[in-house]
Design a protein around this ligand. Structure first.
Ligand code: F1P
Length: 346
């Protein structure tokens, strides 16, 4: 659906900026920075977008959880686009943050939301509807991956007005068009992940690691494990390991690492060696060409090679599957986890 409405019905790869609203092109022309505000999974999507916006579009970006932002008095720089992200469009903290923002001199407000008829969409100047379909479970899954796609389209729209070359834009759009093929390939890992999930059933703690744009994906993997299987999970940028979390590592603490190919791979490998040296058991979701090998301490889940620009979307899927299978093994209610609500409206 996104492909048809946003990337051009002819498949020619043009982004229909008006999908964000009739005023969108004129507003995008003026954007100098972006403030993203969201909760939970949607906040993680925003954190991915920060990496993309600054790297590809050269647009400075801040991301903050709505539950904090709403109580702050932030300095608003000129020409800042205020972006909220929400699956439901009803999250009280996100709505309150939007209300606060409207009192300030933001350039405009834009929501990325899965529900067109929601207060968040109604109250924003611009909106992009993610069209993920109805989410059944409380924990966001497909809403997250579609939020990432929607955010990437926003990054392209802003980037083409700045430092993004036409070639880069073409590459990004072409990779997005190829997403269904890579998603189908990564779903083939389901049985492997089911086997791996058995190692987690008796665990009480877990540590997720990622570098760069994969750090928010590690955060999201940890959140899914917490939400549906009730295993304590923390996520760290792998470079932070030595600044504290390494003290937690022992044979009872599974460490899950996200390791697609890219510039940061060698650094990540050395971080993982530090974990192995302390007796930690590693589960590495790695690019099939990254050269990771199984041994007593390392279990490698080979992810089909994919372009770097869509890797955060692709690597999310096996982490969601892991959380799902661990939860099913433990007998928890995957769709309706204890203490959580689909829409946090208070
Ligand atoms: C935000 C959120 C979800 C989470 C749970 C509670 O919701 O934190 O990410 O999975 O459902 O709410 P939303 O603003 O994206 O609807």
């Amino acid at each position: 659906a996104l492909k048809n409405t946003l990337l051009g019905r002819t498949g020619d790869g043009c982004i229909l900026e008006e999908s964000f609203g009739a005023e969108a092109p004129a507003i995008f022309d003026q954007v100098k920075q972006v403030q993203i505000v969201a909760c939970g999974t949607s906040y993680h999507a925003g954190t991915v977008a920060k990496y993309w916006l600054e790297d590809w579009a050269g647009v400075p970006c801040s991301v903050e959880v709505a539950s904090e932002f709403r109580y702050r008095n932030p300095v608003v720089q000129d020409n800042t686009l205020f972006v909220t992200i929400s699956q439901s469009g009803q999250t009280a903290d996100t709505l309150a943050a939007l209300e606060e923002a409207k009192e300030k001199n933001y350039l405009a407000t834009l929501s990325i939301c899965n529900v067109a008829a929601s207060p968040l969409v109604r109250q924003s100047d611009l909106a992009l509807i993610t069209q993920a379909g109805a989410e059944i479970g409380v924990a966001s899954t497909k809403a997250f991956t579609t939020q990432l796609i929607a955010l990437q389209l926003l990054v392209i729209a802003l980037g083409r007005r700045g430092k993004m070359t036409a070639e880069k834009e073409k590459e990004l759009v072409s990779n997005l068009m190829d997403l269904p093929v890579f998603c189908a390939a990564v779903l083939q890992l389901n049985n492997t992940i089911l086997e791996v999930s058995n190692h987690f059933t008796e665990k009480h703690h877990s540590l997720f690691l990622g570098r760069g744009v994969q750090y928010p994906i590690a955060l999201e993997g940890a959140l899914k494990i917490k939400e549906i299987s009730y295993i304590h999970a923390e996520a760290y940028p792998s470079g932070e390991l030595k600044h504290g979390p390494l003290a937690l590592v022992d044979s009872d603490m599974p460490v899950i690492a996200v390791a697609p190919s890219g510039d940061l791979l060698e650094k990540l490998k050395s971080n993982l060696e530090e974990v192995a040296a302390r007796g930690g058991k590693l589960y590495v979701f790695a690019d099939e060409n990254a050269g990771f090998r199984n041994d007593d301490q390392v279990i490698v889940i080979n992810v089909p090679h994919c372009p770097e620009s869509i890797a955060p979307i692709i690597y999310t899927i096996p982490l969601q599957l892991l959380a799902y299978h661990v939860a099913v093994n433990k007998g928890t209610d995957v769709d309706q986890p204890r203490n959580l609500a689909k829409s946090v409206t208070v």
